[in-house]
Design a protein around this ligand. Structure first.
Ligand SMILES: NC(=O)c1ccc[n+]([C@@H]2O[C@H](COP(=O)([O-])OP(=O)(O)OC[C@H]3O[C@@H](n4cnc5c(N)ncnc54)[C@H](O)[C@@H]3O)[C@@H](O)[C@H]2O)c1
Length: 254
């Protein structure tokens, strides 16, 4: 890669943490961040099987545990001395109506899908945007969902956590601005391993319910995350971006 190409990279020399990095949207974000010149601390439950590409520091841990975030912050501090981007993306989705959902499954979904973001920001707040304003502001990007804005049967805890992320993102933007920008993406149906257990008919219905008429690809969400993580969105904070192929727009047009 020549000098001009490196200059065009949107995250050249930046340091990012991505959670849920081993699969789907998180994996696509890691790949895109690397291509844009970032170093990535890639957090997931298990260590990856194969070799990790240059630029990636894998960290195995449960994002719902404060201890994992202590290790993330320690690694970022030791290796780089600061952090530019935190993409809080790991999630778990246990489907059942509220009256059938075990309390442990409610608690687990709130812990992984919502509390983990608080734990991550708590551990990393001092590192994010370190050196501002000489260095640019830090950027936090949260992975919410269209479940935050529309009720769909069988997802009480998932939806509550995803809705909470929108409010939390807004709160954090106000709390930590101007040193850190905080934004949230709301993906619609994106074809990832999260859909492995869903039958063909339900998949077809979900894709058909979008204006785009198809599933989204993980790379299409990664592009939106990159926008919110980079200086391309320098005046964007405290907001949410739907990346849903118009799924929510079709709900408004009935
Ligand atoms: N795929 C979709 O249709 C869709 C739609 C809306 C929102 N989202 C959101 O996008 C994000 C990514 O979804 P995806 O489809 O890529 O999911 P995925 O299931 O493909 O990947 C999720 C990853 O998170 C990891 N993970 C789960 N619990 C963890 C924990 N406690 N600690 C660390 N890592 C953990 C898993 O091991 C997995 O690698 C999630 O926040 C999800 O809610 C996805």
């Amino acid at each position: 890669m020549n000098r001009m190409e490196m200059d065009r990279q949107l995250l050249a020399g930046k340091v990012a943490v991505v959670t849920g990095a081993a699969s789907g949207i998180g994996a696509a974000v890691v790949e895109r961040f690397l291509a844009e010149g970032a170093h990535v601390i890639a957090v997931d439950l298990a260590e990856p099987d194969g070799a990790t590409p240059p630029g990636v520091l894998p960290l195995a841990g449960d994002v719902a545990e404060a201890e994992t975030w202590t290790r993330v912050a320690d690694l970022a501090r030791a290796e780089f001395g600061h952090l530019d981007v935190l993409h809080s993306n790991a999630s778990v989705n246990i489907t059942a109506p509220a009256h059938e959902l075990a309390e442990a499954d409610w608690n687990r979904q709130i812990a992984v899908n919502l509390t983990a973001t608080y734990l991550g920001v708590r551990a990393c707040a001092g590192l994010l945007g370190e050196g501002f304003p000489e260095r640019g502001p830090g950027a936090v990007v949260l992975s919410s969902s269209v479940h935050a804005i529309a009720g769909l049967p069988g997802h009480p805890a998932y939806a509550a956590a995803k809705g909470g992320l929108i409010s939390l993102g807004r709160q954090l933007a106000v709390e930590y601005g101007p040193r850190v920008r905080v934004n949230t993406v709301l993906p619609g149906p994106i074809l990832t391993p999260a859909w492995d257990g869903v039958n063909e008919e339900d998949r077809r219905r979900s894709a058909a319910a979008t204006a785009a008429g198809r599933f989204g690809r993980p790379e299409e969400v990664a592009a939106a995350v990159l926008f919110l993580a980079s200086a391309e969105s320098s005046y964007v904070t405290g907001t949410s971006l739907l990346v849903d192929g118009g799924w929510s727009a079709t709900k408004d047009s009935a």
